[in-house]
Design a protein around this ligand. Structure first.
Ligand SMILES: [Zn+2]
Length: 232
């Protein structure tokens, strides 16, 4: 057995810890990406709502035009009663007939605008349903991610306990070397290939390094990257 076997055991746990830590870092980003998936549906709904508002505005505008003209006719008729001559009377009639013509035209416009509103309203309802549907999918997925985060945190805590136990089996001076390298090079402990190549940086080692590794008496670092070498 290699003299660095306790370090290899520790490194296996550290590998798992690294993966779990990475997952904990990645989950919030994955949640953000999920929420961004809703942007398209949300924008479609906003567009449909704006279209609806615009169409409804055209209906209301036509309605106001009609009402204004009806008021006008009413006031003309009231004034007409006070007129002295037939000529004036018939001029008012002409004016009233003209305004009634305008009312017909605005009412036709209003009807057409109301017809436009119907399909747009349907579009709003569809866009709203689509957003709700996608929201439900995203909610489900983010709930899964939250559950996964809890599980990963638990696994990490367990791995850290396991690591503390495993670290007790490592010679302190080996530990010191390993810990110093751990944040800079990963993995720290690598095999020396049969052709005397470091499995971390792939540099061919001098024969003396190969001999030392075979002797299996202590830490033998790679001449290039400093990783701890062991014989397979
Ligand atoms: Zn190396």
């Amino acid at each position: 057995m290699s003299v660095v076997q306790p370090l290899l055991d520790l490194q296996e746990i550290d590998g798992r810890i690294r993966d779990l830590q990475k997952e904990i870092r990645d989950i919030p980003q994955r949640k953000v990406q999920e929420l961004e998936r809703l942007n398209g549906a949300r924008e479609a709904l906003v567009r449909a709502q704006a279209e609806h508002k615009h169409a409804q505005l055209r209906v209301n505008e036509a309605d106001l035009e009609v009402k204004a003209r009806r008021d006008k006719i009413q006031s003309l008729k009231q004034n007409q009663a006070t007129l002295k001559t037939n000529k004036e009377f018939s001029m008012f009639n002409l004016e009233i007939a003209k305004i009634e013509g305008e009312i017909d035209s605005y009412e036709a416009r209003q009807m057409a605008a109301m017809d436009d509103v119907i399909p747009i309203k349907r579009k709003v309802a569809e866009a709203d349903a689509k957003l709700k549907e996608e929201q439900a999918v995203v909610d489900g997925y983010t709930a899964e991610l939250d559950a996964r985060l809890t599980a990963v945190r638990e696994a990490l805590a367990a791995a850290e306990t396991e690591r503390a136990e495993s670290a007790k089996k490592v010679t302190p001076q080996f530990m010191l070397y390993y810990e110093r390298l751990r944040t800079k090079r990963w993995p720290v402990v690598v095999s020396l290939q049969p052709d005397c190549v470091c499995n971390g940086c792939h540099l061919v080692q001098p024969p003396s390094v190969g001999q030392m590794v075979r002797r299996n008496q202590g830490i033998v670092p790679c001449q290039m990257c400093g990783r701890i070498l062991y014989k397979i």
